[in-house]
Design a protein around this ligand. Structure first.
Ligand SMILES: [Zn+2]
Length: 173
């Protein structure tokens, strides 16, 4: 490509008359085609980058969640809830003063579609509460990973569309 500040500069380089005109056309053509290519690449980059960035963010989030799943923590299925109880004795304060006993801790579990409560022994409260909390954390991370995986797949499919160049089909009769 000829690079010149002005016509005089081109003349000095030995380019005059129709030669100058031709070189000018080539110069302009190159400029326009370069700009077109740059714009096309720029739009392409913008469109692909936004999807790539989204995928990268999700991969990063998933990696953190995977660490939660891989921790060496024990789990117990169910959630710990508290309940107050009336003991059944006729003259107990739980009846006479409406002060039920407790709170007691229960492990609430879904067994065959039904919620079942199991009273946690006081001496076992510490580890059951901890393991149930670990279980909740595990399930939460797992649930989010399932959503992230679906979102990543959607983005990958979109990215494929965006990256794909159209090419005319054969029109052989
Ligand atoms: Zn009572």
């Amino acid at each position: 490509m000829i690079l010149a500040k002005n016509a005089q500069d081109l003349t000095i380089k030995g380019l005059t008359g129709h030669k100058l005109l031709d070189k000018g056309k080539i110069f302009c053509y190159n400029m326009v085609s370069n700009i077109e290519t740059l714009l096309k690449d720029g739009v392409f980059m913008d469109r692909t980058q936004q999807y790539i960035k989204k995928i990268e963010r999700l991969l990063e989030e998933r990696s953190k969640l995977e660490h939660i799943l891989l921790q060496e923590k024990r789990l117990i299925k169910g959630s710990v809830i508290t309940r107050f109880k009336k003991c059944g004795r006729k003259y107990c304060r739980c009846v006479t003063e409406n002060q039920p006993h407790g709170p007691y801790l229960y492990l609430s579990r879904n067994i065959e579609g039904k919620t079942r409560l199991k009273r946690i022994k006081p001496e076992e409260e510490a580890w059951v509460v901890q393991y149930a909390s670990n279980y909740r954390e595990f399930r939460k991370a797992r649930e989010r990973i399932v959503k992230i995986n679906a979102a990543i797949l959607d983005l990958i499919n979109t990215l494929e569309e965006v990256k794909s160049e159209n090419y005319p089909e054969d029109t052989i009769d």
